[in-house]
Design a protein around this ligand. Structure first.
Ligand code: GLU
Length: 483
């Protein structure tokens, strides 16, 4: 059996869109599931769409997500260069286009932009341009003359106008189109660069790609790619077109939606592993209903035949849930590395940030939620004494006042402000007075935090706040309740 070789072939046009990340992931998983090779090829032939720095984003994102390529611009595997602009400079695409011209499967086209514009027509509100093969009838002499005179040209594929073309996609099945629908697409542009349509076929063949994985927006062009493979006499690779990704409203996920790229999601406090896990499930599902997968588990489980044709919904609620699961299962050390910048945004006082981090670890789904859980540590918020009333704990503003007055001397007389010690003292106090734990802790915690919900109990909060600040806040509580 031949070794599986897949590639991720991004165009450096900006941040890595989740659709691109999924393509990269699926290509990686298909290769690794079978012990094959995963290649990176930079498709930078569209000079107008090129964005400075975008190639670095691609490298960084692949490294952060763990999609390590076996071959690429930085890892020669004998099929280089792996950057299309460099391949173009070697004259590679023109050489192959000329082979097609010899076989009468392609031709020079010298039509002016004005002439091409006149071929545009409006079909059902959509502007289309189907080339009329005008230049196919040029004589060899005319072509030679035009080339010598330096008239700008493109090279077009010569597609038949009758009959049908069929191809097979492993996800979408057998697809047949009428050749009358096939446009004579441009292979080499007037700037000498190849189009994606041509370069992808030449490069996938020369790089020995066995499985072409990409978004289904390329499905409709695949008959034309097939004709190119056949014209060259090359084996057609296995096509794996992945389904559309939509937002919750079932509309195509747009760049403007704000959560469409890997980097957007990282900035919004999602972790790389959760994003990868979530993206893996955008169009693929395992046989059982397992949802949490490490990358290694995905490699084992990934049978690409289970990729679905139906659009996948990018469900933020699910992503957030999944992210929360990753945060919960992380070690406290790893979580602290991620949480520290968010904690430091809120906490300026010299408090034990590690303890605060541990408190919130299991309580959030995304990192920016940290601040609302911990802001009271920095400063006691204004709060209403209504908060002391809790039905289940049987507390109200009157009994809370007397309770705080009773525990204050106890808390003042201890120096050991560890959670364990404080808890033991208050337990003892409860036993003596026959108070239930909640009856004691609710008023104390309210006085310490001014909040209904806190990420930890009263004694843990005191441990972080320290003696002076804890006493100060309890006295503020007493004052408020006395008024
Ligand atoms: N350069 C294409 C893109 O970024 C790649 C498509 C493919 O995977 O073949 O959309």
């Amino acid at each position: 059996m031949t070794k599986i070789r897949t590639r991720y072939a991004p165009s450096p046009t900006g941040r890595m869109h989740v659709g691109n990340l999924r393509t990269a992931l699926y290509a990686y998983l298909i290769a690794k599931h079978e012990g094959g090779d995963f290649l990176l090829r930079i498709e930078d032939t569209d000079q107008e769409r090129y964005v400075e720095g975008a190639t670095e984003i691609i490298y960084r994102t692949l490294a952060e997500t763990g999609l390590i390529h076996d071959e690429g611009p930085d890892k020669d595997g004998g099929c280089g260069p792996y950057v299309q602009s460099e391949r173009q400079k070697q004259g590679l695409y023109l050489e192959y286009a000329k082979k097609l011209i010899e076989k009468k499967q392609a031709y020079y086209c010298f039509c002016t932009p004005e002439r091409l514009n006149s071929l545009r027509s409006n079909v059902n509100g959509e502007e289309i341009m189907k080339y009329d093969k005008h230049c196919l009838s040029l004589s060899d002499e005319e072509i030679k003359n035009n080339l010598e005179r330096g008239i700008p040209y493109v090279i077009r594929q010569n597609n038949p106008t009758t009959g049908t073309t069929s191809f097979h996609d492993d996800i979408y099945g057998d697809i047949t189109v009428d050749n009358s629908e096939l446009d004579d697409m441009v292979l080499i542009k007037s700037d000498g660069y190849p189009t994606y349509n041509f370069a992808n076929v030449v490069d996938d063949h020369l790089m020995g790609i066995t499985h072409v994985v990409r978004g289904n927006e390329y499905l409709s062009s695949s008959p034309k790619y097939n004709r190119l493979y056949e014209a060259f006499g090359w084996d057609v690779p296995t096509y794996v077109h992945c389904p559309l990704i939509t937002n919750e409203e079932h509309k195509k996920l747009s760049k403007r939606s704000g959560h469409s790229s890997f980097e957007d999601l990282i900035e919004q406090g999602y972790v790389s592993e959760a994003i990868v896990n979530f993206v893996a499930l955008l169009g693929w599902s395992p046989e059982d209903d397992k949802e949490i997968f490490s990358l290694d588990e995905l490699i084992k489980a990934f049978d690409y035949k289970h990729i679905s044709k139906s659009p996948a919904v990018f469900d933020m609620v699910k992503l957030s849930w999944m992210n929360g699961e990753y945060l919960k299962n992380m070690s406290e050390e790893d979580f602290f590395i991620l949480a520290e910048p968010y904690i430091k945004e809120v906490i300026k006082k010299p408090l034990d940030l590690k303890k605060i981090s541990n408190m919130v670890k299991t309580r959030i789904e995304v990192l920016p939620q940290i601040s609302s859980h911990i802001d009271f540590f920095e400063e006691l918020p204004e709060y209403d004494i209504e908060m002391y009333t809790h039905k289940k704990m049987k507390t109200n503003s009157e009994n809370s006042l007397s309770l705080l007055n009773e525990v204050l001397p106890l808390l003042e007389s201890t120096e050991d402000y560890t959670n364990d010690n404080l808890f033991a003292i208050l337990q003892e106090f409860g036993k003596e007075h026959e108070y239930k734990t909640g009856f004691i802790m609710w008023p104390i915690r309210t006085a310490l935090s001014g909040k209904q919900m806190t990420p930890a109990g009263a004694t843990e909060i005191m441990e972080v706040l320290g003696k002076d600040e804890s006493i100060r806040r309890i006295k503020i509580g007493i004052d408020k309740l006395q008024q």
